[in-house]
Design a protein around this ligand. Structure first.
Ligand SMILES: *Cc1c(COP(=O)(O)O)cnc(C)c1O
Length: 380
């Protein structure tokens, strides 16, 4: 089945009791058993729910993996991966990750004895140099949020495979499964904030893990049911429904993103534009090789570096809404320094190029002329 057909049919089976084409929302906490231990494969909804099962099957199929697991948020999915580790284990990860991932690593897991090495993952040599006998996980985000840095997934996998105990996990939220499939490049686990492009309509918080290895799937399923960060059936239904239009939404996100990235770059008041589709983006060739398109996420700075100038733009757009999050049908504008990445200390941020004046756009699927007009009047 080709990708665009698969995205619509993934995980979908007519409901056996009625023939309903859409997977019903099984809003139940428990299942009646015929006799103790005699059941239809469903005992208690933290462990099994048919709506969630359909979604998890869809997750696996759209990433080109064998298994999918749904969590109550993207952060909960990340948390589940970290629970595979033990005190003393070490993790190598990027130095410009999503702020919530950074917060989970530094504020929660460091206290439990995990050690994190923050490196520039665009240079895979830095990853290799940080590996030692206690390294158990390499955590990659590509493109990164919000600086759109690109890491060579296949090259990281090649390095990790020299060590039998190292898992490679890729946060694939920005690309979505439509634009990039890290499992096919050899990654062990793919993580998504399904809140973003998978749900696609800014109406649900959810996370996903996709993977190929059966034993690893058992360990993560054990964590999912034991720690309990499962999504409810209504949320699973919303994401199942969102996925059905992933391909058409992503095509428009990419087209609108490309137009706006070039428009911004040509604007006299705009300084830098961060978008992996530019041929002079530092890792453009890698992006081109591992992605089918460059998505709708763009960051930029103004020539006037004052925070005030950025604040002016942020509070002047009318079609772009000032909000955290991304990947929905509607366009959003965001100030990473005070919003999505406020949990990263300022010195850390600045060191890694995330300036106070950086503005991030999640380009939606509206008419691109309206979006350009709106940015035009806001930038002035
Ligand atoms: C939003 C986001 C997350 C966290 O997901 P939630 O659903 O908000 O918990 C993780 N990684 C990236 C890249 C994100 O954008």
């Amino acid at each position: 089945m080709r990708k665009d057909t698969l995205i619509i049919h993934a995980g979908a089976h007519p409901d056996p009791s009625t023939g309903a084409i859409m997977t019903p929302i099984f809003q139940t906490s428990t299942y009646v058993q015929e006799a103790p231990g005699v059941n239809k494969g469903f005992e208690y909804a933290r462990s099994q729910n048919p709506t969630r099962q359909a979604l998890e099957e869809a997750f696996a199929q759209i990433e080109g993996g064998r298994y999918g697991l749904a969590f109550s948020s993207g952060v909960a999915a990340t948390d589940a991966v970290l629970r595979l580790l033990s005190p003393g284990d070490e993790v190598i990860c990027g130095n410009d990750m999503y702020g919530g991932t950074y917060r989970l690593f530094t504020k929660v897991y460091e206290r439990f004895g995990l050690k994190f090495h923050y490196v520039n993952t665009q240079e895979v040599g830095q990853i290799e140099a940080a590996i030692n006998e206690r390294t158990r996980l390499i955590w990659i985000e590509t493109p990164t949020n919000p600086l759109m840095n690109i890491t060579d997934i296949a090259a990281v996998v090649t390095i990790a495979r020299k060590h039998p105990d190292i898992l490679v996990t890729v946060d694939n939220t920005f690309a979505s499964p439509y634009l990039q499939n890290p499992l096919k490049l050899g990654a062990d686990i793919v993580m998504h904030s399904a809140t973003k492009y998978l749900g696609g309509h800014s109406d649900v918080i959810q996370g996903a893990l996709m993977l190929n290895d059966a034993a690893l799937r058992e360990r993560l399923y054990f964590i999912q049911k034991s720690c309990g960060a499962v999504p409810g059936p209504m949320d699973c239904f919303l994401v199942l429904r969102g996925i059905k239009t992933l391909h058409v939404r992503m095509e428009r996100h990419c087209a609108n993103g490309e137009r706006i990235a070039h428009w911004l770059r040509a604007h006299s008041k705009v300084d830098r534009v961060y978008w992996p589709g530019f041929t002079d983006h530092p890792n453009h060739d890698i992006a081109r090789a591992q992605m089918r398109g460059f998505g709708g996420m763009i960051s930029f700075t103004l020539k006037d570096e004052s925070t005030e100038a950025a604040m002016n733009v942020l509070s002047s757009t009318k079609v772009f809404s000032l909000a955290e999050s991304l990947g929905g049908v509607e366009s959003l504008i965001n100030h990473p320094a005070t919003m999505t990445h406020a949990s990263i200390p300022r010195e850390e941020r600045l060191k890694n190029g995330l300036s106070d004046g950086l503005i991030r756009l999640s380009v939606g699927i509206e008419d691109v002329e309206d979006l350009i007009e709106d940015l035009g009047q806001a930038i002035g």
